[in-house]
Ligand binder design. Structure first.
Ligand code: FMN
Length: 167
């Protein structure tokens, strides 16, 4: 049986999209059947056996569409394995786990997701035109090895439980 996985993400400047693509590619290499979509393009999670969902962090919050998605699909997400990540920290803070916003933490508990994974982000020069204090953080802090390692952990968990996912 092939495990069908949705990797869905919310982004403002695009760097979380590449993280989602890398997760998708690693899961595919492990034998999963994967769709990678921006959250706005996802109508339902019911076609999928498992979901990986992530959001960029802005001002310590998730993108509103990601929180809305978790709320809207809570019941269906509860019925399948879910992994959550957020992308944000930059520069010297790149390896620091970021606090999970309370609304997300509550929803993560409801859908029985494991601890939210923090993945370092990328800050583009365009993003800081109104935030001069952030100029020194411009650059790409994304850690592709960490992203791939986490994706392999997900794949291993999924493939171990594949028979149980059969619906
Ligand atoms: C105005 C602003 C606020 C930000 N706030 C946070 C924050 O609170 N925590 C964090 O870890 N990263 C923060 N970041 C960094 C972004 O999360 C990071 O650049 C991320 O990779 C952007 O993702 P995106 O390109 O998918 O939108 C902030 C960036 C900007 C421009």
């Amino acid at each position: 049986m092939t495990v069908k996985v949705l990797v869905a993400y919310a982004t403002k400047m695009g760097s979380t999209a590449s993280i989602a693509a890398a997760i998708g590619s690693e899961l595919r290499d492990a034998g999963c059947d994967v769709d990678v979509h921006e959250l706005g393009a996802v109508q339902a999670v019911t076609p999928y056996d498992a979901v990986v969902l992530g959001s960029a962090i802005y001002q310590r919050r998730w993108m509103p569409e990601a929180v809305r998605f978790l709320r809207r699909h809570e019941r269906q997400l509860t019925a399948r394995p879910v992994w959550l990540f957020h992308s944000g920290p930059l520069g010297a803070a790149r390896d620091q786990d970021q606090p999970v916003p309370p609304d997300v933490a509550r929803l993560a508990r409801l859908v029985h997701a494991p601890a939210v994974k923090t993945l370092a982000g990328e800050l583009q020069a365009d993003a800081v035109t109104h935030h001069r204090d952030l100029e020194r953080l411009v650059g790409d802090s994304r850690d592709w090895q960490k992203i791939r390692a986490w994706s392999r952990d997900i794949a291993a968990a999924l493939l171990t439980s594949a028979p149980a996912l059969e619906r």
